[in-house]
Design a protein around this ligand. Sequence first.
Ligand code: GLN
Length: 535
Amino acid sequence: METKYIFVTGGVTSSLGKGIISASLAKLLQARGYRVTIQKFDPYINIDPGTLNPYEHGECYVTVDGHEADLDLGHYERFTNVETTRANNITTGRIYQNVIEKERRGDYLGKTVQIIPHITDEIKRNVKLLGTKNQYDFVITEIGGTVGDIESLPFLESVRQLKWELGKNCMVVHLTYVPYIAAAKELKTKPTQHSVKHLQEVGIQPDILVLRTEHELTADVRRKVALFCNVDPSAVFQSIDVPSVFEVPLRMQDQGLDEIVLQKVGLPVGEKPALAPWKEFLNKIYNATEIVTIGIVGKYVELQDAYKSINEALFQAATYNNRKLKLEFIHSEKLTNENVASQLKDLDGIVIAPGFGNRGIEGKFVALKYARENNVPTFGICLGMQCMVIEFARNVLGYDDANSTEMDVKTKHNVIDLMEEQKSVSNYGGTMRLGAYECTLTQGSKAAKAYGSTDIKERHRHRFEFNSDYRAEFEKAGMKCVGENPETHLVEVVEIPELNWFIGTQYHPEYTSTVLKPNPLFVDFIKAAIENKKN
Ligand code: GLN
């Protein structure tokens, strides 16, 4: 079958949930047996979001092949269970970089290099790459930003060209907003009309409209939008606020979004898939009444997307343990020995967040000391694991100045140190130890029991590591290194077996946790937190 290309664009405002609509459509097509992948184009100039502050762009997601990616790729994986790669997230910066490299190599010798056709050709090549190379039936491409943005223009021009070239094998789903004016008690379609006009001005006629709304759309509103926007009334969908984003695929299925897509690309519609495991997950969400309270200790507490994948992994794990997750964000900069007990006493489990740099680091040690001494289930992730090691060195091994050389280059007790291969690195972008690596777990360790295996593979994003010179000393004092890379012996997992659940991972297990396949370590952590609550 020829690959079908679906573009998802947005108008009126950002944050309408293009990522969730893309992921939901992918889910529905996948449930009908198609191979689907989702790609995100980001119009900014950064080569990738790896160098972006979470305040700017939320969490940085990491793919198996070590690409630092937009957090929407996390939604794609959580919804579809299909791994994404470097090819699934392209920025304007990368498009330009490729074109400029080609120009320097002499690929365009004699020609003036221009936005059209050179930049647009490069964009088109990157769209088709996933179709031709990996043989997907559907490639869904989400265009970041909103129509009308200067930055989005080359992407939209490429979409226009592809629609022309691919005919029936290509379509555009446009997402807009329908505001409700309370004083007039009316839903307003004008912003939608304007945003479709914008698309039409750049030569794109959307095939399907998805209207984001807080109130049910009347048949009248749909007819009006269809009439003004040259779209079939049956191709106007509503995306209304729902209690859980995981309901969106079902709401889209109810309205027949996947059916319209199949009709438009000329594929048989067939039977409606039951989506049984997905519905079961939703039932678990809605039926859970007992609460499990988890605190995340970090420095980005005012930012809901900074720890997105961790929140989601905890949510999945809680759901599979039939619990409602209550997340508390604890500002590590504000934690002191004086207030720690009052801040953490109501938590059933504690996550020490990943991160970079000195800010808020001392608060993480305060939290860890409290958690260790009070036997609270605790999960250290990446920097969180490194903090577990440092806190143990300071308060158990008695090295008051123990630290990571990231925080103090001159520390005498560098229990966390720069990895050897990082010592020659000078560029910041894309140079960390990134992506999936194998890890061997010690038979009988809590971590191995949680995974039900001693051979695992998880994703990484770090420059510093456990300093193996100290390994014997830590192990003697009760902190065991129970996971290591089979080739380099880099320490990947530490735990204190004496405690109920005190595990730190150098890797980020949250990136592999999906709705239908939650990460086992998170599931086990929540189980321990529930036990802790009972006692
Ligand atoms: N800053 C630490 C390092 O580079 C941890 C990184 C992280 O938490 N992702 O090793």
